[in-house]
Ligand binder design. Sequence first.
Ligand code: ZN
Ligand code: ZN
Length: 68
Amino acid sequence: MQSWITDTMSWPCPLCGGAREFVQPPCVDGHTEDGGECPEWACADCGTAMLIGVALVAAAPVQQRQVA
Ligand SMILES: [Zn+2]
Ligand SMILES: [Zn+2]
């Protein structure tokens, strides 16, 4: 079971210049109305909104560790 959806995620924030905690604000665009995921996340520090798509998340090594 994939469980990458959490209340907070850590991503590099372009404004803060480093990894920051991102929170997902309530979706106002109807992304979640059909059971989808809202791609909008906001930096908890500076409030910068970022669109983080599922493809990006899927490409990130969340749980699978690949040792070269
Ligand atoms: Zn949304
Ligand atoms: Zn920030």
